[in-house]
Write a new protein. Structure first.
Lengths: 295, 466
């Protein structure tokens, strides 16, 4: 093919342009660490990256939800642990009091301790976590139980049975709370009856009858703790699963979106050589002219 | 008689080779002029046939009467011109389209940590945080901030695209000037070429210029052209005559009543719309009138969907202070989507609960947060996030396709241009070689004169001298 001056110039410009463009692109990849800076660089991978990013962001939020949820569950569970201990103490005292050989004074002392324990239990039932009363259902701005009188005459539930639900995965939205009425039931009434009985001269058998109510209360607390424990475990498992998903997706995302440093450095060197060779070749051929050989 | 013929032959040779040297000089001078076709002197030997200097001596007659530079032609392949112009049209169309819509991608910043997608995720995340702690003032404030960030960004993406549409529109407007400048000059050249060539000469350089303008017009739109008997070219765009003999019919950029604020090109003669049918103008119009409106509509759908879906739930809910019936977002589309200013000043009024005085109830907030997973867009097939990813994905694929076609079109143009250059382009080494040859021939012709001069001297001054 016949080569004209303009062809030579055009070709040289094309070689230089191509080599510089390639070098520039790789340099940008090295500087940003990304090989996909726009969707149009690779639309298929771009869409994939966006999907991965969406899932990664969603999973991160789910872990936030799970983490916060576990804290709430743990606070409730810890409170119920204390409630359990308190109630066990009441049970021991009740068994002691059901012994008919006790004097009135001795019963009075037990009644005084039960009073203390009722107060303590009410405090536990009114546990506040992060500005919310945990056993109040949806009425988290007020304590779950209102205590009237000191020593208490009546302890009444003023929450509701509202569930505090949050999303923990694409499929599940789960409550993190248990409500006071469900856990404590008639327990406070039963305890006040017991205390009243202890203060009066009812037969030992009547006091012993309170054990049934106490055991029922203990049973409910144990059930609630088991329930909360199960939820905490479920949350932990969900968190681990989410973390695994995250690791997998981050790897996938990075493999599409981010540069392999070693490979890119090698390509950079290659592109640099290409540009240098193009420059050298152009430098040499530009000097070649018939004029150099004519007088 | 015989010697004077030799002198005349030598003189013709001097003139012919002088012309060849001049032509080589012209070629070398224009080695880098775009559109230039190298020129060649057509040297024709003058034989005895038909010559009025017929000699009675047969031997003398056989030597011929020298050379004549009969013509200066340009070396050019009209078929290659046709192919190059077709390729130029395609390449220019995709190149203009790709660069026009390529800038649109920047409005979204995907994929990246500060793209719209991330802001959308952050927005849903902020709702979840409110679900987790509906009593918490910081969670509500954070939701207010994330919402404002998101809506501002949607508005900005919209206005960025509108600005880009205006920029494309200005380019469309400028096309009228480029088309008119080219057609006007072609009409002028038609007149000049006709004049020059009527007298039997070749208007090589004028033709080169006219061909260059036809290249330029082919880049802008799908023009057709034909050279007439009188050496003028007639240029058509569709069925519209743009140039005929020394007249051109201008196009004009006028406000488009169908698209307020935008421009359209019309043929001034009949007021009909310019239909480019290809080229740069077509690439720009497709970006302005097809890609951008669809993108803006999708962005409006997205914003409108967020507004209606979220408000439909939010108005049924109750804030911490018992307020209800409030919209969460105001506006109707991407241009004006914004957080309800009442909520911005008083985040406690963000409706989270299904009834008044239930600060721990986040069931309404959860319903809103769950919109993230609901397929409410594109006739119930896509979530908001997916709809957005689709919007960006379609644009990315369009840009990718257009740049690919522009690139391959560019390679095709380069290839054809190289072929065209191979025919018409100037090679300096070649010209220098021809220059050398002409120089030698010129020198030799001069030598012939010297020889004849000596012969005449011998004949006149020495013959018969004792």
């Amino acid at each position: 093919m016949r080569i004209s001056e303009q062809s030579k110039t055009n070709h040289r410009l094309t070689y230089l342009q191509t080599a510089s463009e390639q070098l520039e692109r790789i340099q940008q990849q090295l500087a940003t660490g990304k090989k996909l800076s726009r969707i149009s660089d690779d639309p298929a991978s771009g869409s994939l990256v966006m999907r991965h990013r969406e899932t990664i962001a969603f999973e991160a939020q789910m872990r936030r939800n799970l983490e916060g949820g576990r804290a709430f569950i743990n606070a409730s569970e810890a409170a119920l642990g204390t409630a359990n201990d308190t109630l066990q103490r009441v049970r021991e005292l009740t068994i002691q009091a059901a012994n008919s050989t006790l004097s009135t004074d001795e019963r009075g002392a037990i009644a005084a301790e039960v009073d203390q324990l009722i107060g303590h239990l009410a405090q536990v039932a009114n546990t506040n976590f992060g500005g919310a009363y945990v056993f109040s259902g949806h009425r988290t701005d007020q304590p779950a139980y209102a205590v009237a009188g000191n020593p208490p005459i009546a302890v009444t539930f003023q929450g509701d049975s509202g569930a505090r639900i949050r999303r923990i995965s694409r499929e599940d939205a789960v409550a993190v709370n248990v409500t006071g009425d469900a856990v404590f039931g008639t327990l406070f009434d039963d305890l006040i009856t017991l205390r009243n009985n202890l203060q009066s001269s009812v037969p030992a058998a009547t006091i012993a009858a309170s054990l049934t109510a106490l055991d029922a209360g203990l049973g409910r607390i144990i059930d609630a703790r088991a329930d909360l424990g199960a939820r905490a475990n479920r949350f932990e498992a969900a968190e681990n699963l989410s973390l695994r998903t995250d690791t997998d997706l981050q790897q996938l995302r990075a493999s599409v979106e981010e540069v392999d440093l070693g490979e890119t450095v090698v390509r950079f060197t290659a592109a640099q050589n290409a540009l240098q060779s193009a420059l050298a070749a152009i430098g040499r051929t530009s000097e070649m002219s018939l004029l150099n050989f004519l007088r | 008689m015989g010697l004077s013929v030799g002198l005349d032959t030598a003189a013709k040779a001097l003139r012919a080779h002088q012309l060849a040297v001049d032509t080589a000089a012209h070629n070398i001078a224009n080695a880098n002029s775009p559109g230039f076709s190298r020129q060649r002197v057509l040297l024709r030997p003058l034989g005895v046939d038909g010559s009025e200097y017929r000699s009675r001596d047969a031997l003398l007659g056989k030597a011929g009467y020298g050379v004549r530079a009969s013509d200066i032609n340009r070396v050019r392949d009209i078929f290659l011109d046709f192919q190059v112009r077709q390729a130029l049209r395609q390449q220019a169309q995709w190149d203009a389209h790709a660069s026009a819509i390529g800038k649109l991608e920047l409005a979204f910043g995907e994929p990246g940590d500060d793209g719209l997608a991330t802001l959308l995720h952050n927005f849903w995340g902020a709702w979840h945080d409110v679900v987790n702690d509906p009593e918490s003032a910081p969670a509500r404030r954070s939701l207010v901030n994330q919402t404002t960030t998101l809506t501002t960004r949607i508005q900005r993406a919209y206005s960025d695209i509108v600005v880009q549409r205006e920029e494309i529109d200005r380019n469309v407007e400028a096309m009228a000037g480029r088309i008119n400048a080219a057609t006007r000059e072609i009409a002028d050249l038609n007149f000049q070429i006709k004049q020059v060539e009527l007298s039997g000469d070749h208007a090589n350089d004028l033709r080169d210029r006219r061909d260059l303008l036809l290249d330029e017009l082919s880049r802008i739109a799908n023009v057709s052209y034909a050279e007439q008997q009188d050496k003028t070219v007639t240029v058509y765009l569709g069925t519209h005559e743009m140039v005929t003999t020394n007249m051109y019919r201008p196009v004009a950029a006028v406000p488009d009543p169908a698209q307020p604020g935008l421009t359209k090109l019309i043929h001034t003669l009949d007021g009909e719309d310019v239909v480019p049918g290809g080229g740069e103008l077509q690439g720009l119009l497709e970006a302005r009138d097809v890609v951008i409106p669809s993108l803006l509509a999708k962005l409006d759908q997205l914003a409108g969907g967020l507004i209606t879906q979220i408000n439909a739930i939010h108005t049924t809910g109750f804030g911490l202070d018992g307020s209800t019936g409030l919209n969460f977002l105001t506006g109707t589309g991407a241009q004006d989507i914004a957080l309800n200013p009442t909520l911005a000043t008083n985040p406690a009024q963000i409706a989270t609960a299904a009834a008044a005085n239930l600060p721990g109830d986040a069931s309404i907030a959860l319903q809103i947060a769950d919109l993230e997973l609901a397929t409410t867009m594109a006739a119930g097939t896509l979530t908001f996030d997916q709809y957005y990813a689709d919007l960006v994905g379609v644009l990315g694929a369009d840009v990718n396709r257009a740049s690919g076609l522009a690139e391959s079109g560019g390679m095709f143009v380069d290839h054809l241009e190289a072929m065209r250059q191979s025919v018409q382009g100037v090679n300096i080494d070649e010209e220098v070689t021809l220059l050398n040859a002409s120089q030698h021939a010129y020198n030799a012709a001069a030598k012939v004169i010297t020889v004849i001069d000596e012969m005449l001297d011998t004949l006149i001054n020495r013959t018969g001298v004792g």
